[in-house]
Design a protein around this ligand. Structure first.
Ligand code: 3NM
Ligand code: MG
Length: 537
């Protein structure tokens, strides 16, 4: 007898015989998958006659039993009862849960497809006797589910559903993510998806095509298994997250930027393009401005390619989305600058869409943008850009930490005092139990160099901090980290601003001096002379 409280949901195979590659059968694919780490199998055969379905189900059941893996039947409660399967999975339009439970009895597994918060509320209202696990999706676009009524919710949408489950105390219910999951996005989904109280993450992932359509189903399952078991996600392959602020470390960092001369792909607003390119050149990097979709994949695969995505750009949403996909897939960092995050409804939608779907190494914004991103009351914060009081700073620190946590990134809030918060969690994720921390516990630092009013008199000075961050994290190689790189960039840029403000004769020459200062800082590489200071908060 299966004990349903002990089911391992980590790698859930959902079948579909219509996509089998030549030479493979349903049974052969499931067998290869079971031998390589799949922990749960669902027979989901929409186009098979009942008789054949039952024959196949019995064969799959025998294999599952050999591997001690539960077998779930999609939709067909009658088939599940007839063969004594371990459970049934139903969608929102299938038999109501209460009836399924009545027919199956208390010991079988019931899974339910959930895509919206109101469905989570229904789940919670039913209580623990009904649904054992939910499939949360769809996460990314997929060809597998024909005529899907839902649109992709991205990892962020899944986190919101976990928040709803926490809020309604649906703690008994296990969760798997589904929809468009493949080796190139699974680790970041598991890493990114977490309830905001830090207590709940996905129990596993469910895939159809990645295994069923594979000519090497065993290899496909093995690959997924190793990604899940690694419990880690890196923005740059092989990177760790030791933060070290000794001068020599900063010097090494700068050296590696110089040596690697990262390609800094800008998608940014017109006003920033020229300035950003000059800042990148001053920092020894190669700038490129491209909104040419067909070349994104090629660009993202160039050595040390890094994307600065500034949504003050006028590029269409599809262009921005495909840039994010290309860099996420190539595992190269993206610095996201959501300019005027919620200034208009169009921008809000565009920025939200990108945040729901992508994974960013760094999100940088001014106080207004960071507060909006954290869903904090912006009305109260009017005027924060000019002169913080002590309490203002603590609000900004709290908001920056929320953004860092929610989007699993390093978040930067710029202003007279810059705040940098680290939500990377050392690249680690857990299944089921959340992230070992909540937003308020994240490490954060402030960076200050006094007030530099002339900074606000030139255009795109904030955007060029984005460029600086992209340059410094673009040069990162193994063993080094994003948080340190972002912090270094913030320190460097603020110090350059301070130096330039002493030398300039007005805002026009300030810009030239700012570029000079960055250029000199890179050449001299002596962080002990930099003016800006950082402290933890
Ligand atoms: N259910 P693939 S998405 C069966 O959102 C199914 O509920 C979904 O297939 C949901 O792994 C989906 O090939 C198909 O993308 C997932
Ligand atoms: Mg169904």
């Amino acid at each position: 007898m299966m004990d349903k409280s002990k089911v391992d949901y980590s790698l859930y195979l959902v079948t579909d015989s219509t996509m089998l590659p030549p030479g493979a059968t349903l049974v052969s694919q499931v067998n290869s998958a079971l031998e390589n780490g799949v922990t749960l199998v669902q027979l989901r055969e929409k186009e098979t006659d009942t008789k054949t379905f039952i024959e196949e189900a019995l064969k799959v059941q025998e294999l599952c039993r050999q591997h001690n893996v539960p077998l779930i039947i999609n939709d067909r409660v009658d088939v599940a009862l007839a063969i004594d399967a371990d459970g049934v999975h139903v969608g929102q339009d299938d038999m109501p849960i209460a009836m399924v439970r009545k027919l199956l009895g208390p010991d079988k597994i019931i899974g339910w497809s959930v895509g919206y918060e109101h469905e989570v509320q229904e789940l919670a209202a039913m209580g623990p006797q009904y649904v054992d696990y939910v499939g949360l999706g769809m996460i990314f676009p997929t060809e597998t589910k024909k005529n899907a009524k839902k649109s992709p919710m991205g990892p962020r949408g899944v986190s919101k559903l976990l928040d709803a489950m926490q809020a309604s105390n649906a703690t008994w219910c296990r969760t798997v993510g589904i929809g468009g999951l493949h080796p190139n996005n699974i680790s970041r989904v598991l890493y990114q998806v977490c309830s905001e109280d830090g207590k709940r993450s996905l129990d596993g992932i469910a895939v159809v095509s990645d295994i069923m359509a594979s000519t090497e189903a065993g290899e496909a399952a093995k690959r997924l298994r190793s990604i899940i078991d690694a419990r880690s996600y890196y923005f740059v392959d092989g990177m760790d997250s030791e933060i070290c602020l000794f001068s020599w470390w900063l010097q090494e960092r700068i050296k590696s930027t110089k040596q690697n001369s990262p390609l800094i792909h800008h998608i940014t607003n017109k006003v920033h393009q020229n300035f950003g390119a000059n800042v990148a050149l001053a920092l020894g990097c190669s700038p490129i401005m491209s909104e040419v979709e067909p070349e994104f994949t090629e660009l993202s695969n160039m050595p040390h390619a890094t994307l600065l995505l500034n949504t003050g750009s006028v590029a269409p949403l599809e262009t921005l989305v495909s840039a994010v996909r290309a860099y996420n897939e190539a595992k190269r960092p993206i610095v996201f600058d959501p300019v005027g995050f919620s200034a208009t409804s169009v921008r809000l939608q565009l920025n939200r869409h990108l945040l729901e779907e992508g994974q960013f190494a760094c999100i940088k914004g001014n106080a207004g943008e960071i507060l909006s991103l954290a869903d904090m009351n912006v009305g109260k914060m009017r005027g924060v850009d000019s002169g913080h009081t002590g309490s203002d700073i603590s609000i900004l620190v709290a908001a920056t930490k929320i953004v860092a946590f929610r989007y699993r990134c390093v978040a930067v809030c710029t202003g007279q005092v810059d705040v940098v918060a680290n939500g990377l969690n050392f690249g680690q994720f857990n299944l089921s139990t959340g992230s070992d921390s909540n937003p308020s516990q994240l490490p954060a630092r402030i960076v200050e160099a006094g007030n530099i009013p002339v900074m606000g008199k030139i255009t795109a000075s904030g955007c060029s901090l984005g460029t600086t961050i992209a340059c410094l994290i673009g040069g990162i190689t193994v063993e080094e980290d994003i948080f340190g790189g972002v912090l270094l960039a913030v320190l460097m840029y603020k110090s350059a601003g301070y130096t330039a403000s002493l030398k300039c004769k007005g805002s026009g020459s300030f810009q030239a001096h700012l570029i000079d200062a960055l250029d000199n800082m890179l050449t001299e590489n002596d962080p002990s002379t930099w003016f800006a200071k950082t402290s933890s908060i």
